[in-house]
Design a protein around this ligand. Structure first.
Ligand code: 5GP
Ligand code: ZN
Length: 119
C-alpha cells in the first residue's frame, strides 16, 4: 500500500525522480541522493514496510531477495572484490531517517584493508 507522505513510495511509483538502476521482483534500486561512498545505492521494496522491526514471516523471501540483489549490484558496480557494506538502519536511534524499509549498498573504495568498515 502506497503511503502518500513517504518519499520512497513516491520514488517507487515514479511521482518523484531518482536515478534507477534496477526494477525487478518487487524491488527497486536507485542511487542515494547524498552518497557516503563512491558507490551508494539503496535497495528498496516496492511494498511499504516501515523498518526491519515490521517484517513478518511472509517477508522472508523479500528480505532474501534484497540481500541477493545487494550482492548482484555490488558485482555490477565492480565493488564485489574490494568489498562493501550492506546496511540496515533501524528506527531513529539506529540512524533510520526514511521510514520505508531499505538496504544501503556502500562501496567502491580503492583500499582493500577495511579502513572504511564500521567497527
Ligand atoms: P536512512 O538513514 O533512513 O537509513 O537512509 C535514508 C537514505 O535515503 C539517506 O542516505 C538519504 O541520503 C537517502 N535519501 C533521502 N531522501 C532521498 C531522495 O529523495 N532520493 C534519494 N535518491 N535518496 C534519498
Ligand atoms: Zn513508503
Amino acid at each position: 500500500m502506497e503511503h502518500a507522505d513517504c518519499i520512497f513510495c513516491q520514488i517507487v511509483s515514479g511521482k518523484s525522480p531518482a536515478e534507477f538502476l534496477l526494477r525487478a521482483s518487487g524491488l527497486v534500486v536507485f542511487k542515494d541522493i547524498r552518497p557516503l561512498a563512491p558507490v551508494h545505492l539503496l535497495i528498496v521494496p516496492e511494498k511499504h514496510i516501515r523498518s526491519i522491526n515490521d517484517l513478518t514471516p511472509e517477508d522472508h523471501d523479500l528480505l532474501a531477495r534484497m540481500v541477493f540483489t545487494g550482492k548482484d549490484m555490488a558485482r555490477l558496480m565492480g565493488t564485489h572484490e574490494t568489498g562493501y557494506n550492506l546496511l540496515y538502519n533501524v528506527e531513529w536511534g539506529g540512524g533510520q531517517r526514511v521510514f520505508h524499509l531499505h538496504m544501503h549498498l556502500l562501496g567502491g573504495w580503492k583500499e582493500t584493508r577495511g579502513e572504511h568498515a564500521p567497527r
